[in-house]
Design a protein. Structure first.
Length: 242
């Protein structure tokens, strides 16, 4: 365990004197393009909003209602991802981040980097799999979190909010399906996210196939073959820059 911890890096922010969410939300609006890509130069030019937001995420927020907890978790994942890219800048892909034993298939980025969230140490993989996926069992999470890669769902140009979360998650999934799912003749072409997490789209919903799940967000799939002929598009791990 000690050896593994020596192969990790911890990225923490500065504890804020007040809630820095509004400043971080404003900077996100400036840095994220209409296509959901990231102008990292904007973030690098003004590092304080993200730094203090990380410090705010590190603090235990106490009891939160369900939507507030989910919005906070999604926003944390996206902030930690951007902080990881900036910490190792310049990188052409998150897979370029190699930390000791965590030098394969992006493990350095998703496992080797550690962050403080709600007073506990975590990494991106555990935040996604344990706290978000297992904790909420909502497949729309896959459209809301962004792994700083061109194959990811487009990044929202602002924070998710508890008051409007359901609408925001539906909008994120609609955009994800519209941009990362297509038709090739009679065959449906899906992002590999639907391959890696296929059960999330069926076991957690009333839909029997990923085609039926996609159909509720895009009319192109409204009359898909019930047998759901499909393939998966190879994931693009290049950095999500314009």
């Amino acid at each position: 365990m000690i050896f593994l911890l020596a192969c990790t890096t911890t990225i923490d922010g500065t504890a804020p004197t007040d809630d820095p969410s509004k400043r971080w939300d404003t900077l996100l609006t400036e840095a994220v393009t209409d296509d959901g890509l990231v102008d990292y130069a904007v973030l690098r030019a003004d590092p304080d909003p993200l730094d203090t937001y990380l410090g705010w995420l590190a603090q235990d927020p106490g009891e939160l209602e369900v939507n507030a907890r989910l919005a906070r978790g999604i926003n944390a994942y996206n902030a930690f991802t951007l902080a990881g890219v900036l910490h190792h800048w310049p990188v052409d892909s998150v897979r370029d981040v190699k930390l000791g034993l965590f030098g394969f298939w992006g493990a350095g980025f998703f496992v080797g980097q550690r962050f403080t969230y709600d007073g506990q140490t975590t990494n991106l993989k555990d935040l996604e799999d344990v706290q978000l996926r297992a904790g909420f069992q909502d497949p729309r999470i896959h459209a809301a979190i962004n792994c700083a890669s061109a194959g990811c769902p487009p990044l929202r140009d602002g924070l998710f909010t508890a008051d409007d979360l359901d609408t925001q998650l539906d909008a994120a999934m609609t955009r994800f399906v519209e941009t990362r799912v297509s038709l090739d003749g009679d065959q449906n072409v899906f992002s590999q996210i639907f391959e890696w997490f296929g059960d999330d789209f069926t076991a957690w919903t009333e839909h029997d196939t990923i085609c039926a799940y996609a159909a509720q967000y895009d009319e192109r799939f409204a009359e898909v073959d019930p047998s759901c002929p499909h393939r998966f598009e190879p994931y693009d791990w290049s950095l999500n820059t314009p």
